[in-house]
Design a protein around this ligand. Structure first.
Ligand SMILES: [Zn+2]
Length: 144
């Protein structure tokens, strides 16, 4: 049985709301060689809906790494922690940048989950793991 497809209007609304940036790592669509996706923050497989509040614009790297995860184990405490939720949490509270904007830094247990490569990170807190994020992370996103 096929999954219902998001309608074009939903995709446009989500993309416009995101201001042209991945909602997880702030990569910019205009500098990405790969198309961005409209992803489900809470995956359909875990009860997420197609409502626009559950949809986020994500670069291919973040979308692939996040997959159907909603939580992961924090590298410091060992506790299970929810992944960053772009509708319910403020990005700047959980993430920051190093001085030259080449590394995204986790500031909280949720932010540290990037070390697992689940969101915005290809490991070790380095933004990327795909050419999209590595390329665009060097340019600070000014859209938020
Ligand atoms: Zn991203």
């Amino acid at each position: 049985m096929s999954e219902p497809q998001l309608i074009a209007k939903q995709k446009e609304t989500v993309a416009r709301r995101a201001g042209g940036c991945c909602e997880y790592c702030y990569s910019q669509v205009r500098f990405s060689p790969d198309p961005f996706s409209i992803e489900h923050i809470i995956p359909r497989s875990k009860g997420g809906t197609d409502h626009e509040d559950n949809l986020a614009l994500a670069c291919q790297g973040c979308n692939n790494r996040k997959y159907n995860h909603v939580e992961a184990r924090d590298s410091v405490s060992g506790n299970l922690v929810s992944l960053y939720h772009p509708r319910h949490q403020q990005w700047a509270k959980h993430f920051g940048w190093n001085e030259d904007f080449t590394l995204m830094i986790g500031l909280t247990p949720t932010g540290r989950l990037q070390d697992y490569g689940l969101i915005g990170g290809g490991g070790g807190g380095i933004v990327g793991g795909c050419n999209c994020c590595i390329t665009t992370a060097k340019l600070a996103c000014a859209c938020k």
